[in-house]
Design a protein around this ligand. Structure first.
Ligand code: UD1
Length: 422
């Protein structure tokens, strides 16, 4: 079993480049099948979830080539419209293939998706939106059988601004006849990135980034080359790592506006932050203070994916911070592991009360989901002594070369195989 071995206490200094965004590239990879042509994607991160998406594309019959950060997908030879259960279980985002496959072939067969266990994570909004566009969907024994000989544009009003349901609807609507208007759409920057990709492919679509997205379906698609945006969640994780370990780091190639809730919180906690449109600089030289309650919310609110890494940083602070997790019902699984490191955190339902302690101690801990796993790395960097973090399969879903990048900043972190110690 592989593990991260972390010897805490080193201050971080230097500059890091942030890789392409997982949450952008996954729907974009799904969207490549709609054109039946060649799509060249630059700045594609090398992540477990990207590999899983490529496996789905290859299963469907597409030709995929990867050279460094460039992935080329030729979807012309696509010959299937089903996704086997083992590929669907790899990640939650596999469900975004549903809208794309329907738009391309008019039929799709797949099981329910897997992914991080953050609660029940239903897909009812995905299905009701596709049904509104004219898809007939039968749910039998954990499988979805979908048929849509003709998708027709319509009004889709999402009861929750779900990121995935907005993306699925956008893709299916691009392959529909007529106009689709999505109201209460998710406003995350990754939705705007997907829109930019679709426009570059020939689609007529506007409004992403606001809560109303208008799609004129039925336009032909063409070949394209597209650069995926930088990963704001990875950037947020590095910011919290510096806050936890102390130091001075410049995070390059990120749009500071997408990180404003995280940077504002870290300034309140006592960090110095300077931003411009392409980079964020953070300096943290003093112990952190507790901050006002953090309530996760759809964008532009505080991003749920940064909740766990920020909690890890604030576990060692002067004062108390209250977290309220409003997006997912079970996103505090990292708390028990942080408490093994000496954190003082009480959870009641959606609320976690973090009473800052003076020191965290290194411990043997296990990642149980992607961002919770990153939180354990953040805590270990700021802890006294050695930590061993297992469950790296979760962390590898969303962070490319996390240990190497942190080492380049001066952290003592190594990936090892079973049995090795520091
Ligand atoms: C995406 C992100 C994830 C992020 C989340 C919220 C990707 C690959 N993942 O996940 O990193 O944490 O947005 O910003 O982009 N819901 C329903 N019914 C549905 C769909 C969602 O009830 O059909 C609920 C979910 O259970 C959750 C909330 O809506 O409580 C938000 O989920 P959603 O925005 O869909 O998240 P994901 O797209 O799964």
């Amino acid at each position: 079993m592989s593990a991260f071995l972390v010897s805490g206490g080193n201050r971080l200094s230097g500059a890091v480049h942030v890789h392409g965004a997982k949450n952008s590239v996954l729907p974009i990879l799904a969207a490549t099948i709609m054109s039946g042509k060649v799509s060249v994607l630059h700045n594609c991160p090398d992540l477990k979830d990207v590999t899983a998406s490529i496996q789905i594309l290859e299963y469907l019959g597409c030709k995929v080539q990867r050279e460094g950060g460039t992935v080329t997908v030729d979807s012309n030879p696509m010959s299937r419209c089903d996704i086997p259960d083992e590929l669907m279980r790899e990640m939650r985002s596999s469900v975004i293939f549903l809208g794309a496959i329907l738009a391309r072939t008019g039929r799709a067969v797949m099981s329910f998706p897997g992914g991080c266990e953050l609660g029940s994570r239903p897909i009812d909004l995905h299905l009701s939106s596709l049904r509104a566009l004219g898809a007939e969907i039968d749910e039998k024994s954990g499988c979805l059988y979908c048929a849509a000989p003709k998708l027709r544009g319509c009004e889709v009003n999402l009861s929750i601004p779900s990121v995935g349901a907005t993306e699925n609807t956008m893709l299916a609507a691009c392959g529909s006849e007529g106009v689709t208007v999505i109201t209460n759409a998710a406003r995350e920057p990754e939705i705007a990135d997907l829109q930019n990709f679709l426009i570059a492919m020939g689609a007529r679509i506007q409004g992403a980034g606001s809560s109303t997205i208008i799609i004129e379906g039925g336009y032909p698609f063409h070949e394209l080359s597209y650069r995926v945006m930088a990963d704001r969640i990875v950037a947020a994780t590095y910011l919290t790592a510096v806050a936890a370990a102390g130091g001075e780091v410049e995070i390059e190639d990120v749009d500071y506006r997408q990180l404003s809730t995280v940077t504002a919180t870290l300034i309140e906690a006592g960090c110095y932050i300077r931003s411009d449109p392409k980079r964020v600089f953070i300096s943290c030289t003093k112990p952190l203070f507790g901050v006002r309650p953090i309530r996760t919310a759809p964008y532009p609110g505080f991003l749920t994916d940064a909740q766990a890494p920020l909690m890890a940083a604030l576990a060692k602070s002067q004062g108390t911070t209250v977290f309220v997790e409003n997006i997912f019902e079970n996103r505090y699984r990292h708390v028990a592991e942080l408490m093994r490191m000496g954190a003082d955190i009480r959870v009641e339902g959606r609320v976690a009360v973090v009473c800052g302690v003076n020191t965290l101690r290194g411990a043997s801990v296990r990642a149980t989901d992607l961002r919770g796993g990153a939180a354990l790395v953040v805590a270990a960097l700021g802890a006294e002594g050695d930590s061993r973090i297992t469950g790296l399969g979760h962390i590898d879903r969303g962070y490319q070369d996390l240990d190497e990048t942190l080492r380049s900043l001066g952290a003592a972190i190594w990936r090892t195989e079973d049995g090795e110690t520091l």
